[in-house]
Design a protein around this ligand. Structure first.
Ligand code: AMP
Length: 114
């Protein structure tokens, strides 16, 4: 299902332009408009799911995780390392209510996160 008001649904449909780095029947990966690292890609399901807490289908979540790793590997960060983040809800700072995995790489990341 697609939400006509959702910016990420529009990106997945090609109605809003973005720099897509990978797409298939289930997922789309595109560059974040406000990158926080040399590599910053968002991996989303084509289906509108508001956040990780709304996700029900293990296969789809697995596909998102594998796509995130593939994006990092294809960009050359498989060995050096990368971070995958899914902000869910207000305390985590989720600003777009369409499930997305951030894939960040190209610099060291602090732990714990801020
Ligand atoms: P979050 O705050 O975890 O919900 O992450 C949302 C991310 O979406 C932010 O990093 C934004 O920079 C990014 N973003 C919002 N709109 C767009 C857009 N049209 N194209 C690419 N990235 C976007």
């Amino acid at each position: 299902m697609r939400d006509p008001n959702c910016i990420f649904c529009k990106i997945a449909a090609g109605d809003v332009s973005s720099e897509i780095v990978h797409q298939d029947d289930d997922v789309v990966a595109f560059k974040d408009a406000n990158p926080r690292a040399p590599l910053h890609v968002l991996v989303i399901p084509r289906e509108h799911i508001a956040s990780l807490v709304e996700a029900r289908e293990p296969r789809l979540v697995g596909l998102l995780a594998l796509a995130a790793a593939r994006v990092a590997r294809d960009a050359g960060y498989g060995r050096q390392g990368f971070r995958v983040v899914a902000n869910s809800g207000p305390d985590a700072g989720q600003s777009v209510p369409h499930l997305h995995f951030h894939v960040l790489a190209g610099r060291p990341f602090a732990w714990p996160p801020g």
